[in-house]
Design a protein around this ligand. Structure first.
Ligand code: HEC
Length: 199
C-alpha cells in the first residue's frame, strides 16, 4: 500500500486551508453598488440636510443681517435693565429730589419712605406724567411746590424704569412697575389734568 496515498484527503484539505486564508482573486468587470449602501447614503444626506435646516444658528437665506438681535446686547429685541435705565433717568429727578432721594427740606419732598413712590404704581405714573402742584403731605410734612409734567419727555418704558428704580433704591422696597401701567395711565389721563383726586 502506498503510504502517501493513504493520507491524501488530509493533505488536500490542508492545502485548501491555506488557499482559503488568502484573499479572493480579483475578477474582471463591474459589480453593482449594493442597494443597501445607496439607501444608507440617501438617509444620511437627508438627515444632514434636515439637521442643518433645523439648527440654522441665526443664518437667514432671505435677509442680510450681520448682527442678529438676539446676539447683541444693544439689539432692539433686548430691553434695557430697568434699574440701569432708571438710574440714568433719575439724574434729572436728582436735581430736585437729590441723588439720595432725600429731597430738600421744605422745598422738594423726599422719595425715600414716600407712599407716593412705594404705593399704587398707577398714582406714581400719574404724578410723573402730569406733574404735581399744590400742597401734598409726604412722610408727615406738607410741601406746596410744583413739579413739571414728564409726559412729553419720557417714554412709557423710561417712566416705568425710573419708577422701578425709585421703588428699589435708598432702602425703598416695592415691586417693579410694568411698562403697561405707564401706558394705560398715559392713555386714560388727559394731559394737564390733576394727577389724582384732590389735586
Ligand atoms: C424741578 C424739580 C423737580 C424735578 C426735576 C423732579 N421733581 Fe418730583 N417733585 C418736585 C416737587 C416740588 C414736588 C412736590 C409738588 C407739590 O408740592 O405738589 C415733587 C413731587 C414728587 C413726587 C410725589 C411726592 C413724593 O415725594 O413722593 C414724586 C413721587 C416725585 N416728585 C418723583 C419725581 C421723579 C421720579 C422725578 C424724575 C423723573 C422727579 N420727581 C423730578 C420737584 C421735582
Amino acid at each position: 500500500m502506498n503510504h502517501d496515498n493513504e493520507h491524501l484527503p488530509d493533505r488536500i484539505l490542508s492545502m485548501h486551508e491555506q488557499s482559503v486564508r488568502e484573499m479572493e482573486e480579483p475578477r474582471d468587470g463591474v459589480s453593482p453598488t449594493p442597494v443597501s449602501f445607496l439607501l444608507m447614503c440617501f438617509v444620511l444626506t437627508a438627515w444632514g440636510g434636515y439637521y442643518i435646516a433645523d439648527n440654522p444658528g441665526n443664518w437667514s437665506g432671505t435677509e442680510y443681517n450681520p448682527k442678529p438681535a438676539n446676539l447683541t446686547a444693544a439689539g432692539p429685541a433686548v430691553k434695557e435693565d430697568p434699574m440701569v435705565l432708571g438710574k440714568q433717568i433719575f439724574n434729572v429727578c436728582a436735581q430736585c429730589h437729590q441723588s439720595t432721594g432725600a429731597g430738600v427740606a421744605g422745598t422738594y419732598p423726599p422719595l425715600v419712605g414716600s407712599e407716593y413712590v412705594t404705593g399704587d404704581p398707577s398714582r406714581f405714573s400719574a404724578i410723573l406724567l402730569n406733574g404735581l402742584k399744590g400742597p401734598i403731605t409726604v412722610n408727615g410734612v406738607v410741601y406746596s411746590g410744583e413739579m413739571p409734567a414728564w409726559r412729553d419727555l419720557y417714554s412709557d418704558e423710561e417712566l416705568a424704569a425710573v419708577m422701578t428704580y425709585a421703588r428699589n433704591s435708598w432702602g425703598n422696597k416695592a415691586p417693579p412697575v410694568p411698562e403697561a401701567i405707564a401706558t394705560k395711565v398715559r392713555a386714560d389721563l388727559p394731559a394737564g389734568a390733576p394727577a389724582f383726586a384732590g389735586r
